[in-house]
Ligand binder design. Structure first.
Ligand code: BG6
Length: 532
């Protein structure tokens, strides 16, 4: 979290080394030079990224383009190499072609031939099955050769972008071949994509297997929401300012709404999604991480251990309501209209069994049992095929204790709110009452907006650019610790168990804002979901 605090020592070393002798000397000889100086970019040191699952959607849409974008921004070292491993009868050029097409289609920054050429020189492919010892021996050989020809120094990051059932096999292979053990002076890291297990028990088992091969400090669990600028900005907003913290508590806050709405359906992901559902897919990770950042106490610094400690403390304090029937809702999308197009219902999606009880919408109410938040509900909701794509955190404040106006003057006055707009319209909104121009004292809601696009020239990097760079630099604050993962499962498991006894989720039309039971859940508390 170098933007907010001193970068890890390793990051500075990597950055200075990559920037050449002048910069190294400059830093070494000029003690006045602050290593946090923005002019000193965070650059990855020499290394190889080994990608398992290169033909998957994530690799094509996010990972390969992010690697190119890093290269385009000058943040990869010259010898950087990318090795793909998959069950395909491919040569290096086939993987290079796939990477090229993915970059052309999905990269954030413009395509530049010279950047691509440099990246292309470091692209290799190793064919094989995850169970094939020979293929992993060949991978070890290939990596050794790359070290010799490209000066990557035995530094490898293994990115497991594969279905979770393969995690144990791949990790065991990395251990067997010795690839998990870093020789002195080099590093080995493993990057695991969510889901980290299916429940607390399986998450624990997965961790034990990973820990047998890699030290905790070498394990990077990806929650891509933490790589988003707007999510990191929650920390800046809360802890770089003095304006909000005094009112950021039960004395002023009425409730908090965290929404992650998507307009897309499950697309081609039936195999992954069915049996997982909305809550395991995004509440267990993205939404609970947002809750933790919004509700935690201020960390003593932004280094990984201090940040994680505060997130853990608040996740530990989360409490479920006694009656889960009244305080949770789940739904499954029916056919409907979206963006002017007719779309099928979840049960008609290809690959979904017609009897599936998987939820595509989930809403839950949580409380936090600590001095700051006691009695303040946190409402979390997410769903596919909703009205539009929007993720936000809304901190809704209590009404003014006394209004010295006539009732009709403030008839349509809502509650003050501070809304962190995570995406797509990134920024922050403050909603408050203001006098309507005229001769009467009429008060109505207005809003004050901060928009990234207007305040900053720089465009935001993709979450995966930031996170991949952090992996290569070895900077872990934006990666959840296993304890956070397990605490999140502890929150979700009882809800999943309860839902398991409830049969079919309630239907909701595609393009709507979810099932009626979600509105009823809020209405019982005298509240409404924000209209987005
Ligand atoms: C992923 C989920 O973690 O996040 C997907 O598995 C979801 O189901 C995606 O669509 C949304 O990510 P973003 O960055 O588009 O909000």
């Amino acid at each position: 979290m170098n933007d907010l605090a001193a970068p890890a020592e390793e990051a500075v070393v990597a950055a200075t080394a990559a920037a050449g002798p002048a910069t190294t000397l400059d830093v070494a000889l000029n003690p006045l030079r602050d290593p946090r100086d923005k002019r000193l970019p965070r650059v990855a040191g020499p290394c190889v990224m080994v990608l398992f699952g290169v033909t998957g959607d994530l690799a094509k849409r996010k990972l390969l383009p992010a690697i190119y974008d890093l290269g385009n921004r000058g943040l990869l070292p010259p010898g950087f190499s990318l090795v793909g491993f998959a069950r395909r009868d491919w040569k290096d050029q086939d993987f290079a072609q796939l990477t090229h097409d993915a970059v052309k289609e999905h990269a954030r920054t413009p395509f530049r031939e010279e950047v691509w050429k440099q990246l292309r020189e470091g692209i290799h492919f190793v064919p094989g099955e995850f169970t094939d010892d020979g293929a992993f021996d060949a991978l070890a050989m290939a990596l050794k050769e790359i070290d010799e020809t490209r000066g990557t120094g035995g530094n490898y990051a293994f990115y497991l972008s594969v279905p979770p059932k393969f995690f144990p096999t791949v990790v065991k292979q990395l251990k067997r071949t010795g690839l998990a053990d870093a020789p002195p002076g080099s590093w080995r890291r493993v990057v695991i994509e969510k889901p980290f297990g299916h429940d607390l028990k399986s998450a624990h088992e997965l961790n034990e297997i990973t820990n047998e091969a890699f030290a905790e400090s070498a394990i990077f669990r990806i929650d891509h929401y933490l790589g988003k600028e707007t999510v990191q900005n929650i920390l800046a907003l809360r802890f770089a300012n003095n304006l909000y913290e005094p009112i950021w508590n039960r004395s002023y806050v009425d409730h908090v709404q965290i929404t992650m709405a998507e307009d897309i359906g499950i697309g081609g992901r039936a195999g992954y999604y069915d049996g997982i559902g909305a809550a395991r897919d995004v509440i267990q990770n993205h939404l609970l991480q947002l809750l933790a950042l919004v509700a935690m106490e201020d960390p003593t610094s932004f280094d990984a251990s201090a940040l994680r400690r505060e997130k853990e403390k608040v996740l530990k304090a989360v409490r479920l309501p006694a009656d889960l029937g009244l305080n949770t809702a789940r739904g499954q999308y029916d056919a409907g209209w979206q963006g002017g197009e007719k779309v099928v219902g979840y049960l008609q999606e290809e690959g979904i069994p017609p009897t599936s009880t998987t939820e595509t919408y989930a809403a839950i109410k949580l409380e936090i049992a600590n001095r700051r938040w006691a009695g303040v509900p946190f409402y979390l909701r997410t769903g596919k095929r909703l009205g539009r794509r929007v993720t936000e955190v809304a901190v809704v404040f209590q009404r003014a204790p006394h209004l010295p106006f006539s009732k009709t003057d403030t008839e349509i006055l809502g509650q003050n709110a501070l809304v962190i707009r995570v995406q797509p319209d990134e920024g922050v909104t403050v909603r408050f009452g203001s006098k309507v121009p005229g001769t009467a004292m009429e008060v109505r809601d207005v809003s004050m907006d901060f928009a990234y696009g207007e305040s900053f020239m720089e465009s935001s990097p993709e979450a995966y650019e930031r996170l991949l760079l952090d992996v290569m630099i070895g900077d872990p604050p934006l990666f959840p610790h296993q304890r956070e993962v397990e605490l999140s499962w502890k929150i979700l498991d009882p809800i999943e168990d309860f839902w398991h006894t409830q049969g079919q989720p309630e239907g909701y039309p595609s393009g709507s804002w979810g099932p009626e039971s979600a509105d009823a859940m809020m209405a019982r508390d005298g509240r409404v979901w924000r209209r987005l």
